[in-house]
Design a protein around this ligand. Structure first.
Ligand SMILES: Cc1ncc(COP(=O)(O)O)c(C=O)c1O
Length: 449
């Protein structure tokens, strides 16, 4: 039993959670490369709404929305219909040919975005969309220096990975020259030991002074998540994004906002950047745009696009502008609007947050509850005064949750390993939220020291 609990806990820990034990492969996985710790010991047979069902008949409540993509829940009929329609029409084309769904998806997205953002290209993953954004920024500015948070995650392709500081940097050779880190503005764990619970933006000023000192005079971009996810569910403090944008403008850098996880309702708005009154020069969408299928978008202004094209911009991939995922993207957009999922994320998110606050009152091991909409985090601590992260508790709680039928992630990329990320589909029912809270309560109690 102890072995099984430990194994389940490692599974629940997710990428990076396997450690040494990941070497003891299950014979069933003998022909798979282990890309992020151990695989789960069950096989998922089907998924519907907020639920997964395993081959051996277990039902698991999915509070990770798959890999943060299934905001409409699993098996939403609008997505199934779009796949069926597109597969009967056209799935894939020569990359220079366009299908109607691609043109319409771009038009529909631009109708939802503020004026300066007028042009999109559609790719497959978040890493690819960020790669394209970085290449556009470099070509447009002529620079190559890129700032990103020390707790960032922007993808696994070389450019995106060079600006991913939360994990995966060691052992792969040099990152791209010119990549530099800014302190993650987490008021619960001030990165420069200056504030406590209220960020006064000193970490931004300190970070900019440091990156200015390192610069060789070739600034290109800052790439930023509006709520750091892998970095520990950290919403940007009030005023941070506007101040950063000013710093970018003063230095001739473009601001890239990466809304892989936050766009299309998750944070309680259609786009999280709207909550900061700042319009980026480049916006990237991915996970939530495809609702579980590989679809991403790089979006920018007419000015940047025309300049880059005049300079010979090339980003030709096998699946750029693929029709089938574009059809799915259109179904996702229309469903998010028709079902008012941003508002739903706010109202159901308030129910979840109130439940988590109540758990905070009763469980000393919960130091902080934070996030927005239906993207919430619990920061687990050994001691509420010192705020020392409690990685052991986090791993045990996620493992116990999984045994009890609730899947949630521990965010361990920032080296802290103590933040539980709680992000059910936006279509989750109030009853499912209550059940998830009940299981979490039980797991927090069972795993208490
Ligand atoms: C904010 C953010 N950007 C980019 C990515 C990379 O997306 P993908 O894994 O689709 O390449 C992720 C993945 O977790 C992410 O969280």
């Amino acid at each position: 039993m102890a072995d099984r609990t430990a194994r389940t806990a490692r599974q629940a820990a997710g990428p990076g959670g396997g450690g040494r034990a990941a070497r003891a492969a299950d014979p069933e996985h003998a022909h798979l490369i282990r890309y992020g710790g151990a695989f789960a010991q069950f096989v998922v047979e089907r998924a519907a709404g907020s639920w997964l069902e395993t081959e051996d008949g277990r039902r698991i409540l999915d509070f990770t929305s798959g890999q943060m993509c299934a905001t409409l829940g699993h098996g939403h009929p609008a997505i199934a219909e779009a796949i069926q329609r597109a597969s009967g029409q056209v799935v894939h084309l020569f990359s220079g040919f366009l299908a109607r769904d691609v043109i319409e998806l771009a038009r529909e997205l631009m109708a939802m975005l503020p004026g300066p953002l007028t042009r999109a290209m559609f790719l497959s993953t978040g890493g690819e969309a960020n790669e394209a954004a970085l290449r556009l920024a470099k070509l447009h500015t002529g620079g190559h220096e890129v700032l990103a948070f020390a707790g960032s995650w922007h993808g696994m392709t070389a450019g995106a990975a060079s600006s991913t500081y939360s994990a995966g940097r060691r052992g792969y050779g040099p990152a791209l020259p010119g990549t530099m880190a800014l302190p993650t503005p987490n008021p619960y764990r001030c990165p420069i030991a200056h504030c406590r619970d209220r960020c006064d933006l000193t970490c931004l000023e300190a970070g900019i002074a440091l990156t200015d000192a390192q610069s060789v005079g070739a600034p290109a971009a800052a790439i930023i998540e509006p709520i750091l996810s892998a970095g520990g569910i950290v919403p940007l403090p009030d005023g941070y994004l506007a101040r950063l944008k000013r710093h970018c403008e003063q230095r001739g850098m473009l601001l890239i906002i990466d809304e892989a996880q936050t766009a299309l309702g998750r944070a309680g708005a259609m786009f999280a950047f709207e909550q900061h009154d700042v319009v980026p020069d480049l916006l990237t969408l991915s996970k939530t745009l495809g609702g579980g299928l590989p679809l991403s978008a790089t979006i920018t202004t007419d000015e940047i696009e025309s300049d880059a094209v005049a300079k010979g911009f090339l980003h030709f991939t096998s699946h750029v502008s693929d029709p089938l995922p574009a059809a799915v993207g259109r179904a996702v957009l229309s469903t998010v609007i028709a079902e008012d999922l941003a508002l739903r994320a706010t109202s159901i998110g308030a129910r979840l947050r109130a439940g988590l606050a109540e758990l905070h009152d009763r469980h000393e091991g919960i130091g902080d509850v934070r996030g927005a909409g239906l993207m919430l985090g619990l920061d687990l601590v050994r001691d509420r005064d010192t705020r020392e992260p409690d990685e052991r508790y986090g791993t045990a709680v996620t493992g116990r949750c999984l045994e009890l039928g609730l899947s949630l992630n521990i965010v361990k990329f920032a080296g802290l390993g103590s933040v539980l990320r709680i992000a059910p589909p936006l279509t989750v029912s109030p009853g499912e939220i209550d059940l998830g809270l009940q299981i979490l309560d039980q797991a927090l109690t069972d795993c208490r020291r």
